[in-house]
Design a protein around this ligand. Structure first.
Ligand code: MG
Ligand code: ZN
Length: 220
């Protein structure tokens, strides 16, 4: 019974997600679903990204958090469209779903958007199961989280198109094997792309920007 309900929820979610994806594609908006643990640096990545792209592209962000609009406030220094979803008032507060995105869409001017980033709830489990109309899914993983995360959360690492390994500025200060992490990621998903960055020190950001530009072109 439990499994049946779960299947139905995911089926309905997929239908709404497909509709959203059509809307985004018709409007030529490239949509990226950014997932990752709390504190992995999703918002820091967005800051570094918007800084680079804001002149050339009209950018929008949907911020997902259980409570607060702290991340939205952090990004409000940029002249972009930002809306907040607080999942704390829903039953399923630990992930965004397609209905939540659909409900908030009227608050965005889609005719004035080229790229839309959706920052998902900090969680390596269920966000992976729920499509939200995106073209690409990525995960941000910081080196402080340990090399074993891909093995412990394989469905997340199977769902994504790109892994961003963040906080490489800390590599000299911690006991961490970067090559082992990459090996573990590829063990779970041999096709996934991997980019290493330091959002704080703005290292490696161009590789990520190039990934965006390439995939944006392919999706529109
Ligand atoms: Mg954040
Ligand atoms: Zn959840």
């Amino acid at each position: 019974m439990e499994i049946k309900i779960e299947e139905d929820i995911l089926k309905v979610n997929k239908e709404i997600s497909d509709e959203l994806n059509k809307i985004f594609s018709n409007k030529k908006i490239f949509v990226v679903n950014i997932m990752g643990s709390p504190g992995s640096g999703k918002t820091a990545l967005l800051e570094a990204t918007i800084e680079k792209l804001q002149k050339e592209f009209k950018i929008g962000v949907i911020e997902g958090d259980i409570e607060t609009d702290l991340d939205k406030k952090r990004l409000s220094k940029f002249p972009i469209q930002i809306v907040q979803i607080n999942t704390g008032r829903f039953d399923s507060e630990c992930h965004l779903n397609a209905q939540m995105i659909s409900d908030i869409l009227p608050k965005l001017n889609l005719d004035k958007l080229d790229i839309l980033f959706i920052e998902n709830i900090g969680n390596l489990v269920c966000p992976a199961e729920f499509d939200i109309g995106e073209h690409k899914k990525i995960v941000v993983l910081s080196v402080t989280e340990g090399e074993d995360k891909p093995l412990k959360y394989p469905s997340m690492f199977r769902a994504i198109d790109l892994t961003i390994i963040n906080k490489i500025d800390l590599l000299n200060h911690i006991d961490f094997d970067l090559e082992l992490l990459k090996k573990n990621i590829l063990k779970v998903n041999p096709r996934v792309k991997i980019i290493t960055i330091s959002a704080k020190e703005k290292k490696g950001i161009n590789l990520w920007i190039n990934w965006i530009l390439k995939n944006q072109k392919n999706s529109s």
